[in-house]
Design a protein around this ligand. Structure first.
Ligand code: GLA
Length: 347
């Protein structure tokens, strides 16, 4: 496997970019900083190589920006209301880093850690991290691994496994921003998306904390059961979309975890690149990149709002505090596993 220097962190740690490639020359690049997916390169219908994910040229970009491009997010992806939870009768307080709530586990999230390489081959790499109880404030010391694999059918598979010495939250996600027109092609609002979910979890207000209800998408702009352009209804006069400035909602894929299913399909007409995304998680956050802002990305490209869309497989937001949502708490000593895949093909 090719290894490329990816610069030094502010603390002076050396970051490396690892290149995974299959026989079709579909390439996945990942770095040990944040166990982050940096590039996903595929040949489009005109024979042109397209990198379909947003990212930065070196580790400094990842350290300096708060968009979570390609990041491994944990221990808890998405939000925890009031930055606290009760587990086995004890209150645990974690960092309040967004409007009094916790987003993506705060500033010591997995996305900002240097991970170790536990195993690697030409097509697969496993990163490992030891997360002590003090790191983010969740109960228990945790060992966690994330494996990226590029398969022969141009799928990037992301598998997680973790074990802790206390009952604790395990809700890992990958925060890749996809742009099937290529990372330099501007807004994604014309790209088409289907999400195989009949319901979503509405939010209370602009904090993005769920009300706890599970509401059918039918008859609302939230409905992606039939493929439609992401931008078709994104600015509709619909309270849920006003709260969040465009799609930033959890879709209900199932009421349980553990069964692999297709969660979404996406397509860009200009490049002919299509994507099928699958997961064994019970929910997926559609985030339409509403607040990317103007920033410098890979190869000098300037990104802006809605230049990428995320399909973050997850437990529903604030699930640890919401009794009617599937629980993200895993028992001490129990092995937690989960898998999400993104397959590219031409249509
Ligand atoms: C998630 C959230 C969004 C936003 C991004 C990071 O997708 O749901 O609201 O915070 O992460 O910018």
């Amino acid at each position: 496997m090719e290894k490329i220097s990816f610069g030094r962190t502010k603390k002076g740690e050396e970051a490396t970019l690892y290149v995974l490639e299959n026989k079709n020359h579909t390439t996945v690049k990942v770095t040990d900083y944040g166990a982050t997916l940096v590039a996903f390169v595929f040949t489009d219908k005109n024979g042109k190589r397209r990198d379909v994910v947003l990212g930065y040229d070196d580790v400094t970009g990842y350290e300096e920006h708060g968009s979570y491009f390609g990041a491994t997010v944990g221990r808890n992806g998405n939000r925890i209301a009031n930055s606290q939870m009760v587990i086995n009768g004890k209150v645990w307080k974690i960092e309040a880093n967004e409007k009094g709530n916790n987003l993506h586990s705060g500033k010591n999230g997995f996305n900002s850690r240097m991970w170790k390489v536990a195993k690697s081959s030409d097509t697969s790499i496993t990163f490992s991290h030891y997360s002590p109880q003090e790191e983010q404030g969740f109960p228990g010391n945790m060992d966690v691994e994330v494996t990226y694999t590029i398969t022969e059918n141009d799928t990037v598979e992301i598998s997680y496994q973790a074990k802790a010495d206390a009952d604790t939250v395990m809700n890992f996600t990958n925060h890749t921003y996809f742009n099937l027109g290529g990372q330099d092609s501007g807004v994604i609002t014309g790209q088409k998306l289907q999400i195989l979910a009949d319901a979503f979890t509405p939010v209370k207000d602009s904090t993005c904390i769920p009300t706890g209800e599970i509401v059918p998408v039918e008859g609302t702009p939230m409905d992606f059961r039939t493929m439609k352009p992401i931008g078709q209804d994104i600015d509709a006069d619909f309270e849920q979309l006003k709260f969040t400035g465009g799609y930033d909602h959890n879709y209900v894929l199932s009421d349980k975890t553990g069964e692999m299913r297709v969660m979404a399909n996406a397509y860009c007409e200009e490049t002919g690149i299509a994507m099928e995304a699958s997961t064994d998680c019970c929910g997926v956050q559609l985030y339409a990149g509403n607040f990317i802002g103007a920033q410098k990305g890979k190869n000098g490209v300037t990104y802006g709002d809605r230049n990428g869309f995320c399909l973050e497989s997850q437990f529903y937001p604030n699930a640890v505090n919401q009794e009617n949502f599937p629980s993200p708490v895993v028992k001490a000593g129990e092995l937690y596993t989960s898998k999400t895949t993104y397959r590219l093909y031409l249509k």
